[in-house]
Write a protein that binds this ligand. Structure first.
Ligand code: HEC
Ligand code: HEC
Length: 489
């Protein structure tokens, strides 16, 4: 049975939590009756506010009937409550403490977080859970909360949310303010990738890191790259660093930045061609509460990728580059794009140049790997070698994560919905994930948090996740070895 066919019945199962939500929203409305605009039809469904498999409309409101000042006042006032609800969800799901692993760091120096951070339901262990069938786990509600899809920090609204260190750096270097007044980024810094990350270029491996430890932005790119890149690539990089209007950052009264904004640049999220954790929602579904949270995908190793985007699987980097600005920047709403300032890029002299630069971004070096992408026994530890055997054998990981880059360049549906009943989590409907791109595991230790929606915080979490999903029944030592192997990739 398909997810949609099953929903109406399933919705009744979760009607209790939805009723609570409706009551809470009703209360909020009563509180501000005098200044609150009429309910937004975009956030309503055919079976009631925020319910049902179908939205009332695919279109967001274009004519905003309240002033910017009152919109900002209302959303700023709502921010603490929105954050409190989301933070409660995070602490229910995860152990968020700062526990660096010994003897291993990310590419430069940032510590890697160690240990399983997903909290287990009362009364079970990872071993007892792995011994149960998916039906038993679903029927007894034992799927760990942290394995459910993770909502956006403000799922009912979504949109670009940047981590504070990126906001500070861009403000200082380029004078643009990427802070939203209605929400902040949610995950603690120690679970995010190194910032700023190094840059390795495929045609100039002799140079090593060409970033000189700096965040590349409009004000320093020329000085850093003139004489290393071709004029065509330099122009591509300039465009990747140039801001263009977007849903939350624009000049209209419907923005989420205090001052009218020039917009966001590609490398505001793909910092130095990698990623900084910045989050968004996939633009490809309606109603809003069916949209997935998405993590910024690293552009390292883009030259070996054949599918672009975790779910939409566009076929070329050129298509994705055009698509990002025209569509993803505006939540897939072409009407909003027209209002707020869409920037159609010219294919031959802009898109291709931007693609050229992206295609040159290499993975960070992995000194223990040979030309086949396997461990060199002379350099690897015994734990890493054992982990490699599990990865290619009992763990079945290599079926999808094939060397040398540890991807099969395909999409796979892991059927996570086998393990839980459809449920509304903080304005997000969790119904399973559908087909998702097999992310390359080359450079995995430099690329946290994990999965398309950042739901897993450590490599240990990913091992417990796949052990359950695949039913591989790995022993504790085998799990540790698998982590040691992945840290070497
Ligand atoms: C708000 C942050 C943000 C901005 C700004 C942004 N991206 Fe992305 N990018 C993402 C996210 C999130 C994904 C993952 C999309 C998905 O999973 O569907 C992504 C995916 C990609 C991919 C696919 C990578 C792969 O291997 O699948 C490419 C290529 C890309 N972006 C290029 C760009 C370009 C070019 C721009 C500027 C025109 C840009 N991005 C602007 C966040 C951003
Ligand atoms: C059936 C194909 C398949 C198999 C087998 C598989 N994976 Fe994956 N892997 C995926 C897909 C698809 C994703 C992306 C899932 C998502 O984002 O929801 C993924 C994501 C990951 C990630 C996160 C990468 C990132 O950048 O976010 C890690 C780590 C990982 N897998 C490790 C493993 C390990 C370890 C095993 C074996 C125990 C394994 N995988 C087996 C398909 C597979």
């Amino acid at each position: 049975m398909s997810a949609t066919a099953r929903l109406p019945a399933a919705m009744r199962l979760v009607s209790l939590s939805c009723t609570t939500l409706v009551l809470a929203l009703g209360y909020a409305h009563a509180q501000q009756a005098s200044q609150t605009p009429a309910p937004n039809p975009y956030s309503m469904g055919t079976e009631g506010l925020n319910q049902g498999p179908r939205g009332l409309t695919s279109y967001m409101p274009v004519a905003i009937t309240v002033s910017f000042a009152s919109l900002m006042a209302r959303l700023s006032a709502e921010k603490p409550a929105v954050e409190q609800t989301h933070n409660a969800l995070l602490s229910e799901r995860y152990d968020l403490s700062d526990r660096p692993a010994q003897g291993v760091t990310m590419d430069r120096a940032k510590p890697i977080q160690e240990g399983v951070r997903i909290k287990l339901p009362a009364g079970v262990t990872w071993e007892s859970l792995a011994a149960m069938s998916p039906d038993q786990i679903r029927d007894q509600n034992l799927y760990p909360k942290g394995f459910y899809p993770l909502p956006h920090p403000k799922h009912q609204e979504g949109g670009f949310v940047f981590p504070h260190f990126l906001i500070d750096a861009i403000k200082q270097q380029d004078g643009r303010d990427l802070k939203r007044f209605d929400i902040d980024f949610d995950l603690p810094d120690h679970f995010l990738a190194e910032f700023p990350p190094a840059i390795y270029l495929t045609p100039r491996t002799d140079l090593g890191d060409v970033s000189q430890g700096k965040l590349v932005s409009l004000t320093n790119y020329y000085q850093l790259f003139n004489g290393i890149l071709t004029p065509r690539q330099l122009e591509g990089l300039r465009l990747l660093l140039t801001p263009f209007p977007q849903q939350q950052f624009n000049a209209t009264e419907d923005r989420r930045a205090e001052l009218p904004s020039q917009g966001a640049a590609c490398f505001d999220c793909h910092s130095n061609g990698h990623q900084n954790g910045a989050t968004h929602e996939a633009p490809d579904a309606r109603p809003q509460w069916f949209r997935h949270r998405i993590k910024t995908i690293s552009l390292r190793g883009l030259n070996v990728q054949r599918l672009f985007g975790s779910q939409r699987a566009l076929k070329t980097v050129e298509d994705f580059t055009e698509f990002e600005q025209r569509t993803a920047y505006f939540d897939g709403d072409i009407v909003e794009a027209t209002k707020k300032g869409v920037n159609p890029l010219e294919r031959g002299s802009q898109v291709d140049f931007m693609a050229d630069f992206q295609e040159m971004l290499d993975f960070a070096p992995a000194p223990k790997l040979d030309v086949f992408g396997k461990l060199d026994p002379a350099k690897a530890t015994q734990a890493e070698m054992r982990g490699q055997d599990i990865f290619f054998g009992k763990g079945q990981c290599a079926t999808c994560h094939q060397p040398p880059f540890y991807t099969d360049n395909l999409m796979h549906d892991l059927h996570t919905e086998r393990f839980f009943k459809p449920v509304m989590i903080n304005n997000m409907m969790a119904v399973g994930d559908g087909p998702i791109k097999t992310f390359a595991l080359r450079g995995a230790k430099d690329n946290p948090p994990y999965l398309h929606d950042e739901r897993l915080l450590t490599l240990e979490d990913t091992v417990e996740f796949f052990n359950l999903i695949l039913g591989t029944k790995l022993a504790p030592q085998e799990k540790q070895d698998l982590v040691a192997f992945m840290r070497a990739l």
